[in-house]
Design a protein. Sequence first.
Length: 119
Amino acid sequence: MRIPILKLHQYLLVSVQVELDDQTAIKFQEDLLNRIHETGSIGVVVDLTSVEIIDSFIAKVLGEVVTMAELMGAKVVFTGIQPAVSMTLIDLGIHLSEVQTALDLEQGLVKLRQELGEK
């Protein structure tokens, strides 16, 4: 199943509404990088509100998405990380300290604009 990627001005908005398995995560990574390239977007907000379970592979892929997007000139902000997901990440020893986060989509857009130096 594909994860929809919407364009809003110079940003891409992603709301993950499916359970992330390895194949879906890899396909999402490819699709997002292609959309950044096609649209010239400078920022991405990935909403993870519906994601209740995450494993080390998915966390690795999400971390790589941030690095790859930034190499392409786009900042990434994750929003809506559930408490169970954050606890699992810490338990697995995965620290996404370089990743910007926000509680919800609205705050994610504000943080993204701040990161990009916009008002």
